[in-house]
Design a protein around this ligand. Structure first.
Ligand code: PLP
Length: 399
């Protein structure tokens, strides 16, 4: 065999811990609280099939041909309207369509960071962001969170202690975070933007879950707030996705960024995939234009509310073993095993009993809290949630 030579980032790369768990999914009878998979039963198959047929009938050549790197005008227009309904004023020229929001982050890393640059990420935070940043050679600093997300007081102290200009980027998921489910309160959002202005920071607001609120009042996104503030204008790049509200199989996300960043990301995307699948874009544009998302959303939210509630009810029975923070939206419940029980040891017992979750270690840039874990209520049905939690209870009893 030749002696292949790899780039420094790929000498000994480690894959995603969550994806490593997928091998257990094929075990008969396995119930998974592991992935951030949307519920298959909520996929709006009829309306998507209709949108797909319509898209192909109306514009077959646009579906089949390459398209502009920034995305099809028809979809960008729909996404700018969607952003408007969510509260931010965004023109279609500001929307860059991406192949999932994950690509948006990757493009930003390409255009904004040099190896060794410092990036702040919530602790615990989204593992694929940590992975992408690490591969780019970024120095990842943890920003402390609590039940309400980023602790902006501690962030203020952390930033004040660093030399000016040290932090290039702050990546966060302020609304129904992955993994904690936390939603950053308004006062902290405002403080975060004030810190961005004071320390000349760029904030990446990753928002795939914001539309999945099933209780409480909607809060403005960081993007929307930054548009209302003279000091914070241009300091937020907003990433979002159709994965969690329509279907991840579309692989459609988008970025809203200041012009100078948007243009560079578009050029970076030219070398990554030329363009996002025009066929998928046509289908999504058709689906959104027909108002199907607004029709489907209430049912989706009610469905996730029921699942979350069912999981919280089941977890209340396991209170002696695990402490949790109930979310108001999204797909995740974050837990801490009591008495320092190791989530990895629990996982081994859980796999034997055919239930999966993600041990919390995957979500830390350094010094993982080994007693933490993430449970997703999104994909399993109500019966599976009950059975899975009974099995988890048995696993706890064995430790
Ligand atoms: C916080 C966060 N960002 C981005 C993504 C990726 O989403 P997409 O399917 O749009 O690439 C996920 C998916 O789980 C996520 O949890």
């Amino acid at each position: 065999m030749p002696d292949y030579r790899f780039s420094s980032a790929f000498q000994a790369p480690t894959g995603s811990v969550i994806r490593e768990l997928f091998k257990y999914l094929s075990l008969p009878g396995m119930i998974s609280f592991a992935g951030g998979y949307p519920a298959a039963q909520f996929f709006d198959r009829t309306a998507l099939a209709a949108a797909s047929a319509q898209a192909f009938a109306e514009a077959p050549l646009d579906c089949l041909q390459y398209a502009a790197t920034e995305g099809l005008p028809a979809l960008r227009e729909q996404l700018s309207l969607l952003m408007g309904r969510r509260g931010a004023q965004v023109s279609m020229d500001q929307v860059l369509v991406t192949t999932g929001s994950q690509q948006g982050l990757d493009l930003l890393i390409k255009v904004l960071l040099e190896p060794g640059d410092t990036v702040l990420v919530e602790r615990p935070g989204y593992p694929a962001a940590l992975q992408a940043l690490r591969m780019a050679g970024a120095r990842v600093l943890s920003a402390v969170t609590d039940r309400d997300g980023l602790d902006t007081e501690r962030l203020a102290a952390q930033l004040a202690a660093l030399a000016p200009g040290t932090v290039r980027l702050l990546y966060c998921v302020p609304t129904f975070a992955n993994p904690t489910g936390a939603c950053l309160p308004l006062a902290r959002r405002e403080q975060l933007l004030a810190l961005a202005a004071r320390h000349d920071l760029l904030i990446v607001e990753d928002d795939p879950y914001g539309a999945l609120r099933f209780s409480g009042q909607a809060l403005p996104s960081l993007l929307e707030l930054s548009q209302r503030s003279d000091d914070a204008q241009g300091r937020v790049v907003h990433l979002s996705s159709l994965s969690k509200v329509i279907a991840p199989g579309l692989r459609l996300g988008w970025m809203v960024a200041p012009d100078a960043i948007n243009q560079r990301c578009r050029i970076a995307k030219q070398t990554v995939d030329l363009c996002t699948s025009p066929w998928a874009q046509q289908i999504a544009a058709e689906y959104l234009r027909g108002g199907a998302l607004e029709v489907a959303l209430p049912g989706l939210l009610a469905g996730y509310r029921d699942k979350c509630q069912r999981m919280l009810t089941g977890l209340a029975e396991l209170e002696e073993y695990i402490e949790i923070s109930p979310p108001a939206g999204g797909m995740f419940i974050w837990g801490k095993c009591r008495q320092g029980v190791s989530a990895q040891a629990l996982l081994e017992q859980a796999i034997e009993r055919r239930v999966l979750f993600v041990p919390g270690a995957a979500f830390y840039a350094e010094a993982p809290e080994l007693d933490s874990l993430r449970l997703s209520f999104a994909a399993p049905d109500l019966q599976q949630i009950d059975t899975g939690l009974e099995r988890l209870g048995e696993a706890f009893k064995r430790l």
